[in-house]
Design a protein around this ligand. Sequence first.
Ligand SMILES: C[S@@+](CC[C@H](N)C(=O)[O-])C[C@H]1O[C@@H](n2cnc3c(N)ncnc32)[C@H](O)[C@@H]1O
Length: 196
Amino acid sequence: MSKKTDIFYNNFSTLYPLVDIFYKPQKRKLFELINNLPFGQLLEIGVGNGTHFQLYKTHKVIGIDTSSKMLEIANKYKKNNITLERMNAESLSFPDQTFDYIVMSHVISVIDNPEKMLEESYRVLKPNGRIYILNHFTPENWLRCFDNSIQTISKRLHFKSVFHIESLKTIKKFTLLKEIPFGKFSYFKLLIYCKA
Ligand SMILES: C[S@@+](CC[C@H](N)C(=O)[O-])C[C@H]1O[C@@H](n2cnc3c(N)ncnc32)[C@H](O)[C@@H]1O
């Protein structure tokens, strides 16, 4: 985690609800799937402002984030089955094989070192545990040009506009179970992986 990302998200925390409006339909689908899973220990990485916590109907949830401001807001939405901790996803303090499920919603293209986050996720996930990755993924259509063109701006906004999941070598440790595209151009997707 870089100090810059942390400062950015601390400052951005009050404006984040505006961005979040666009993510709401994807999140509804994500949590519909999550709530249908057998009860388990769930780690959510980069919880942000936590306005989605109401969508968690089951599971024992631990939410982590590096931004103290985001966590401050998230605390207001916390329910009994949710615990929050300030922690860096690149260096998790949980023992091996702790979680049945891990959720990463719009985090993988934000975090400084996604390889480390995936390595740590692999370590703390139980055998056959699942990871739910919701994000934008640069497609092989005209949107690729769009992602290319906003690279400078996206760096300033602390995310990678050009993002290919296959570029991460650690993702190959997991087995892809399902890919759920959203919208007309499938720019956003929910990828479900399993620790085989
Ligand atoms: C774009 S927001 C997504 C928030 C929420 N998951 C959502 O879907 O609305 C990314 C979040 O990841 C957090 N984050 C960035 N780097 C992190 C790291 N190394 N460890 C944990 N959280 C991190 C940021 O502070 C921010 O709250």
